[in-house]
Design a protein around this ligand. Structure first.
Ligand SMILES: [Zn+2]
Length: 179
């Protein structure tokens, strides 16, 4: 059977319009779930990369610009929750990944977040270093810049004897982070 070309033009156009509307609304709703993180790494370190991890899984990255500023867009948080907690890390060439900060992302919003780097090492009244993530001291051990990897004598081996001023100095056994 021949197609009836006498049908009004809109009939032919309808699937196309429906298709367009579907993609338009789908795309816009996905975007509205997203978040933007704007910030600056408060150190002159060159082209470091900021990592965003949720439950230890990498979900986004951005490299800082010449002014150490970064912008990270996450278009879909992939969760039904209205907000999620994520951890920010800083890494770079010849540099171990250091924990920077934990923040809460709220869907469809922009958060401003500057990162101190290296992480300031807060101590309790006894002089023990506090983990910046869990806020406790009892699982925090020093990182030693020696060729071994892993924990020996309550020290975390960095696996290298090369240490820079941006190398992390402490490790939290509870959180599995270096800072
Ligand atoms: Zn911790």
């Amino acid at each position: 059977m021949k197609p009836n070309f006498n049908l009004p033009f809109t009939i032919y156009r309808l699937p196309l319009v429906t298709c367009f509307l579907f993609f338009f609304f789908h795309a816009s709703s996905a975007y509205s779930q997203g978040v933007v993180i704007n910030g600056k790494v408060l150190a002159k370190v060159g082209p470091v990369t900021v990592l965003v991890k949720k439950d230890n899984k990498l979900i986004a990255t951005a490299t800082v610009d010449d002014a150490s500023k970064f912008q990270i867009k996450i278009e879909d948080l992939k969760t039904t929750a209205s907000n999620i907690r994520v951890d920010l890390f800083i890494t770079g060439i010849g540099m171990d990944t250091s924990y920077a900060k934990s923040i809460v992302l709220i869907k469809n919003s922009t958060v401003n977040c500057d990162l101190e780097f290296p992480n300031p090492h807060n101590k309790n009244v006894l002089g023990d270093v506090t983990c910046p993530k869990c806020g406790k001291t009892n699982m925090t051990i020093p990182i030693v810049y020696q060729p071994f990897v892993g924990i020996r004598n309550n020290q975390m081996g960095a696996g290298t004897d090369v240490e820079s001023k941006f190398s992390p100095e402490w490790y939290c056994k509870r959180c599995n982070i270096k800072f």
